[in-house]
Design a protein around this ligand. Structure first.
Ligand code: ADP
Length: 223
């Protein structure tokens, strides 16, 4: 469950989020939308504790995010899957290594690393690309590696910031189906997008931000 209470955040005196409150239940699929600059990325960054709010409270999976101690942040983040628009893949590592890397950080035994990496990469349709380097992949494939890397930790919550931003409509649609599958399997998904057509094609609960305020909590892309 994600609980957001009266969240505010400013940068250099300019508010990016103003008094935002919302609740997302475990297993929900939620779009976060609004024009560029509305505060979507800021809200996601606060959710995974990349930054701290000026005011308000965030609870993710029982953890009071803003009051986590430094030593608790890494284990908190491991329960989240985060996908960025620009993928953030390791350029000098293969597809398989990009995924096993996060498992190695957790001291997962090597045999299990390979097994789990192969499993999620197969789920993403990338089993034939295990030895490829990111630059040899299409944008859609790179994005699927990024999703695989987030999924391999079997997160309770998946946060994705404009994950279809670099994809053509067909690949965007494929990626959306993937997020829906992940969601059917029980993972809470919060997906930020400014793309209204994406929401219209895949209607779900939609939180709309405008100039840092939550202006709508409804179904689909209307309004
Ligand atoms: P969105 O993701 O909806 O496009 P953002 O959360 O990126 O919106 O930005 C919200 C507002 O906060 C914008 O006015 C943006 O310029 C500002 N902002 C975001 N991050 C920073 C930052 N690190 N430093 C200064 N201003 C920022």
């Amino acid at each position: 469950m994600i609980l957001i209470e009266n969240l505010s955040k400013s940068y250099g005196g300019r508010p990016a989020l103003k008094g935002v409150s919302a609740q997302v239940e475990q297993g929900e699929f939620v779009f976060l939308t609004g024009p560029s600059g509305a505060g979507k990325s800021t809200l996601l960054r606060l959710l995974y504790r990349a930054e701290l709010p000026d005011e308000g409270r965030i609870v993710v999976g029982g953890a009071d995010v803003a009051s986590l101690r430094r030593s608790e942040i890494a284990s908190f983040r491991r329960r989240l899957g985060v996908v960025f628009q620009d993928f953030k893949l390791l350029r000098r590592r293969t597809v398989a290594e990009n995924v096993t890397f996060v498992l190695a950080l957790l001291n997962v035994p090597e045999r299990d690393q390979r097994k789990r990496a192969f499993q999620v990469l197969r789920q993403m349709g990338l089993q034939h690309r295990l030895g490829a380097f990111p630059e040899e992949l299409s944008g859609g494939e790179q994005q699927r590696v990024a999703v695989a890397r987030a999924l391999v930790l079997q997160p309770d919550v998946m946060l994705a910031d404009e994950p279809t931003g670099n994809l053509d409509p067909e690949r965007s649609h494929e990626l959306m189906e993937l997020f829906k599958t992940i969601n059917y399997q029980g993972t809470t998904v919060v997906l930020a997008t400014h793309d209204r057509s994406l929401i219209e094609a895949h209607p779900a609960r939609t939180l709309t931000l405008e100039r840092g305020r939550l202006t709508r909590d409804g179904w689909g892309g209307v309004g």
